[in-house]
Design a protein around this ligand. Structure first.
Ligand code: C6P
Length: 412
């Protein structure tokens, strides 16, 4: 297990004060904070070897290309892919979903076909499939959730059929914290010949992942949620699927040969990386991965389980507080959506902010799930490697104060 206090010292922003109080950052599901090493790597890149990649033979270009391609190899190792060529850089998870929906999706989804989703999906892993379904006259099908917000595998099995072409699900819900059993899902989906697209945006930052073990077909994530800079996402896909897909964008870097009237595309993954990529932030992403590898992803998960158990115990002792999602740390990540009886989530967010505590409030880009829960929104506290139990205590004290300030009597 790592020492959280020493981890915290690596994150300069955690030394900030907000409204005269030390910052308590409980919004890591929106974006994580960055260690000094990641911040330094950006300055280092621009100070020492800023150059475009895959182009010139000059030394700077070679250094930048090596660093950029080196990060691809680090990602391959981090997610246990079989080949670095299966790792495509995008801007974020959202772009990765759009890439697959508009390339693989348009190739394979025809009228009458079905795409199976869970009710947990973030708009990013929903709207691209909605648009594809509309274009193709295909149908979106949703599996059921259990009472505590877990994906019901029996319902998945029932909803799958020969018409199902794609199963697109999140590894971890950004609202309920639910961890979805992707390996079991892949086995069921493959029985009917469907491919499995995993939105790993909230999952990969918090647990060890092997895409080979999950046996999924595509896996997407964003580096900014796992200590890296903004502007870098990743799409992993099985080589044989990526090779058969058309490009997503066209232009420089994604070609092998061009004539006046035709083009031969580059090999994967460059076929999907048109134009100058976000070199600096990819370099920074490599440093973020190094940091996580050093902590150990098993330890990252262990730390989160400890925080989840603590939060579940403490939150359930607060009168009038409703926590949504699984009530066991085994089935959830450190993302807690809640409401406090009679207090609007936005008011909660504002009051705790006065005490330097950052939480997110609203629909969390999951409006269909909010409608299912019959809620206008929730408050959400989310944890990461630098989160401490005493920060959870501070949130609880601030919530108690919010209830007093807003003058509501606690009742369940
Ligand atoms: N969720 C949140 O506060 P991007 O924006 O492309 O990096 O990630 C999109 C995304 C996709 N899937 C899930 C499960 C997500 O949680 C997110 C981003 C943030 O919950 C910002 S809305």
């Amino acid at each position: 297990m790592f020492d959280v206090d020493s981890v915290r010292r690596d994150f300069p922003i955690l030394g900030r004060e907000i409204n005269g109080r030390p910052l308590v950052y409980l919004d890591s599901a929106a974006t994580s904070q960055k260690p000094q090493a990641v911040i330094d790597s950006l300055v280092d890149y621009y100070s020492r070897y800023n150059a475009n990649i895959h182009r010139g033979i000059h030394s700077l270009g070679e250094e930048a290309t090596n660093e950029y391609e080196g990060v691809r190899v680090k990602i391959k190792r981090f997610i246990n892919a079989s080949d670095a060529h299966e790792v495509v850089f995008t801007r974020n998870t959202t772009e990765a979903v759009n890439l697959v929906a508009t390339t693989y999706g348009r190739q394979h989804v025809l009228a009458g076909d079905e795409i199976l989703l869970s009710p947990l999906e973030h708009h990013s892993n929903l709207i691209p499939w909605q648009i594809l379904a509309q274009e193709r006259d295909a149908k979106l099908v949703y599996c059921d959730l259990t009472e505590d917000g877990r994906v019901c595998l029996e319902s998945v099995a029932k909803k799958l059929s020969k018409r199902t072409k794609i199963v697109a699900m999140t590894l971890t819900s950004n609202v309920l914290g639910t961890i979805v059993p992707i390996k079991a899902l892949s086995a069921l989906a493959h029985e009917v010949g469907a491919v499995v697209f995993v939105d790993g945006a909230q999952g990969l930052p918090h647990m060890p992942v092997s895409v080979q073990d999950l046996d999924c077909d595509f896996f997407a994530f964003s580096m900014h949620k796992m200590l890296g800079p903004t502007g870098v996402g990743v799409l992993w896909g099985r080589a044989k699927l990526l090779e058969a897909m058309p490009p997503y964008m066209y232009g420089g870097n994604m070609i092998s040969s061009v004539w006046r009237d035709r083009v031969i595309y580059n090999q994967i993954p460059w076929k999907f990386e048109a134009g100058t990529p976000n070199i600096a932030d990819v370099v920074g992403s490599g440093v973020a991965l190094d940091y996580l590898v050093k902590l150990g992803m098993d330890n990252v998960r262990e730390h989160e389980i400890e925080l989840c158990n603590y939060a579940l115990e403490k939150f359930s002792a607060i009168d009038g507080m409703t926590i949504y999602g699984p009530h066991s740390a085994a089935h959830r990540a450190g993302v807690f959506s809640f409401n406090l009886n009679g207090v609007h989530a936005h008011d909660l967010g504002q009051i705790v902010n006065e005490e330097g505590i950052a939480i997110r409030v609203g629909h969390h880009c999951c409006q269909p799930l909010m409608r299912d829960l019959d809620l206008p929104g929730t408050a959400r506290a989310s944890f990461y490697v630098y989160t401490t139990k005493s920060e959870i205590d501070l949130l609880i004290t601030a919530l108690e104060r919010a209830r007093k300030v807003l003058g509501h009597v606690a009742c369940r």
